[in-house]
Design a protein around this ligand. Structure first.
Ligand SMILES: [Zn+2]
Length: 670
């Protein structure tokens, strides 16, 4: 999905519902299930669980989905859906019942299950909170096929703020006709159809049948198999997806679309049909976008390998929301705008996800950065290809300002989509790749980008679905190490597993300057460092964690002048030594300048070596930023604080050194 606009600090978050983790409710349901068939009261789920993934329920780990058929009638006037979903699964452990997820806004009418003779029989079912539990007629043994059909309907969740807070979007065109979409990446596909709502289980194929009023065109994933004219003035569009697909990647769009199409000859040699469905008033703009779509495809193929869904299509649908990477049918709502670098970044970003997100998909949202970090990095790489290295740096500089470091980018424990979603997935993810490029060198890095998608060149020729894989952060690390031919754990441990960034301490002496890595938890970080001292450039070997150069205290120093390394602002120390005295007490000195516009220097003094934490709070005491946390030697220090994304106002800087705390007011004027 596209990056969510940053919320200003202190903005009103009313209307954002707290997320209840499914696994919590699960324990209650499981217990009730074991003790009888009585349905627990709906009141147990005071809030609807609009989240997806996280720890997989044992009941859902027991089966592997092979196929879904979704057959729905879409009623724009009633803002409702009704129909059925067929699930075909295989038992990977013996199981007695099929556990599916479904938003309780939608109600199950009836269920059919195939018995051991393959005969369809009406089955009991229980809809409790966010689950539909279907008992099987006989215990399914390992490897046995399970088939169930769930008949259901209702008014699905309306997206409060698509695509970031998802659901159905019931919009209208300028002429008043329905314009419908659905986006559910961080809420889960169970907001509109019953499924095993977990990223670890993709069906091998999917059949989609959507019935809409005959004045609308309904487009969806995969290949259009046919259109049925119904006697009641509706049409049914039949689509088929012949490859694995993530649940949130399944979508539909309905509007009085005009179809624009062309073909694209892939680098692999196949001819791929390309479709763009636009509203009638945007045919001219669409015709201008079509050649740019081909140009975007050409570039991404040159980096990541052949477009993965050549046997189906590449489709773009004008959507009533900004964008989403629905497989082979990208949601596009950027109103045909190009950015300052000459490309439509929304289209390009979503197209990048066909490789990073759809061909390779994370099996747990803890690894969400692989989708967004790679797609965002591709944008910078495209800017470089179109406009040169300065454009690349400028693109990354705009990302750098938006990095928040609120939590580790890739925690080791299972996480839900809602827990992980945030701007760091995009901007910090892209910056980790940028720094990895510096570490590996350009050519090996290009191999890395391509082999994340296709493990070897033979995989690049496959189009039947076997090209799609689930990936994890561990897979990405292992690939980088294989390509580098050395251990890179230290790199990924700091950038992916810690929230705070490394920074350089610059310790000035009378005749020399020492550069030292300050790393969260004191982890090893042997990253070589480019510095410029008095206009001379050096590449410092930092394998021991520090390096010293001869220099005068007054020499100007530039650290990492080309901006390759993701790090916090440097700390300049050693002033106390020059003045020949150690501070007597912990003090937080006035920041310079104050008031400030953008950045200011936070200055402090320590009588002895201490673990220091410096935080910025708003006037209501809420944490706005942690600007450093680590060990500092005795002396005077300064740390740069960049507050340019903050609104004007008064803030409080809190210094904690050991057991002592100091506060100082900062005034930000913009
Ligand atoms: Zn994205």
């Amino acid at each position: 999905m596209v990056g969510r606009p940053l919320l200003p600090v202190g903005c009103d978050t009313a209307g954002v519902e707290p997320v209840m983790k499914k696994v919590v409710g699960m324990a209650v349901v499981g217990l009730t299930w074991l003790t009888g068939f009585s349905s627990p009261g709906f009141g147990q789920w005071a809030k609807q669980p609009y989240d997806t993934g996280g720890p997989l329920l044992p009941q859902q780990a027991a089966y592997d989905v092979r196929f879904y058929e979704i057959n729905l009638r879409i009623d724009p006037a009633g803002r409702s859906i009704r129909g059925f979903v067929k699930v075909v699964a295989e038992a990977v452990q013996a199981l007695d019942s099929l556990w599916l997820n479904l938003d309780p806004l939608l109600r199950v009418d009836s269920v059919k299950v195939a018995d051991s003779a393959g005969l369809w029989r009406r089955s009991g079912f229980r809809q409790a909170g966010p689950y539909v539990v279907v008992p099987l007629f006989a215990r399914a043994a390992l490897g046995q096929k399970i088939e169930a059909v769930i008949y259901y309907g209702g008014s699905p969740r309306v997206a409060p703020y698509a695509p970031w807070d998802g659901g159905f979007v019931w919009s209208r065109t300028a002429s008043g006709e329905p314009w419908i979409g659905v986006a559910c990446q961080t809420e889960g596909a169970d907001i509109w159809w019953p499924c095993k709502d977990h990223p670890s289980d993709e069906p091998d194929s999917v059949a989609l049948h959507f019935t809409v009023p005959a004045n609308l065109v309904c487009v969806a994933n995969g290949v259009l198999v046919g259109v049925t004219e119904n006697p009641d003035g509706t049409r049914t569009y039949h689509w088929f997806v012949s490859t694995p697909i993530n649940n949130y990647g399944i979508s539909l769009y309905a509007a009085p679309y005009v179809q624009l199409d062309t073909t694209y000859v892939s680098v692999a040699g196949d001819t791929v049909p390309v479709y763009l469905w636009v509203l009638p008033q945007h045919v001219g703009s669409g015709q201008q976008l079509l050649p740019l779509i081909l140009q975007d495809l050409r570039f991404l193929e040159s980096v990541a390998g052949p477009y993965p869904f050549r046997a189906q299509k590449y489709g773009v649908a004008e959507a009533p929301y900004l964008g989403m990477e629905h497989q082979t049918i990208i949601a596009y709502g950027n109103q045909f705008r190009r950015n300052a670098f000459g490309f439509d970044d929304i289209h390009f970003h979503e197209l990048s996800h066909e490789w990073y997100g759809n061909c390779v998909t994370v099996s747990d949202w803890k690894d969400f950065w692989i989708h967004e970090g790679f797609a965002s990095y591709m944008e910078a790489l495209y800017a470089e290809a179109l406009r040169g290295p300065e454009a690349y740096r400028s693109y990354l500089a705009s990302y750098r300002r938006r990095i928040q470091n609120l939590m580790p980018l890739a925690p080791r424990e299972s996480k839900s989509g809602g827990e992980m979603y945030g701007t760091d997935l995009y901007y910090k993810g892209a910056w980790v790749l940028h720094t990895l490029r510096y570490l590996l060198g350009d050519d090996p890095f290009r191999v890395f980008l391509r082999r994340v998608v296709y493990p070897d060149s033979s995989c690049e020729r496959i189009t039947d679905g076997r090209q799609c894989r689930l990936v994890s952060t561990e897979d990405v690390i292992q690939l980088a190490e294989t390509i580098a031919g050395r251990d890179l754990d230290w790199f990924f441990e700091v950038y992916l597993r810690k929230s705070q960034l490394p920074r350089v301490a610059v310790e000035k002496g009378d005749l020399s300057v020492r550069f030292r890595w300050l790393v969260p938890d004191g982890l090893p970080f042997p990253m070589s460092l480019e510095v410029r001292v008095a206009s001379r450039s050096y590449r410092l070997d930092m394998s021991s964690g520090s390096a010293t150069l001869r220099a005068n205290p007054s020499d100007p120093i530039e650290i990492d002048p080309q901006g390759w390394i993701l790090m916090a602002d440097p700390v300049i120390t050693g002033v106390a030594e020059e003045e020949g005295k150690t501070p007597a007490t912990v003090s937080l000195l006035p920041n310079l300048p104050n008031p400030f516009n953008g950045a200011t220097e936070i200055r402090f003094a320590l009588p002895r070596q201490s673990v220091v934490r410096i935080e910025i709070l708003d006037v209501r005491g809420r944490l706005v930023a942690e600007i450093c946390h680590g060990q500092f030697p005795a002396g005077r220090h300064s740390v740069r604080f960049d507050g340019q994304d903050l609104p004007s106002g008064t803030y409080v800087c809190r210094l904690t050194a050991g057991s002592e705390t100091r506060l100082r007011k900062l005034l930000h004027l913009r």
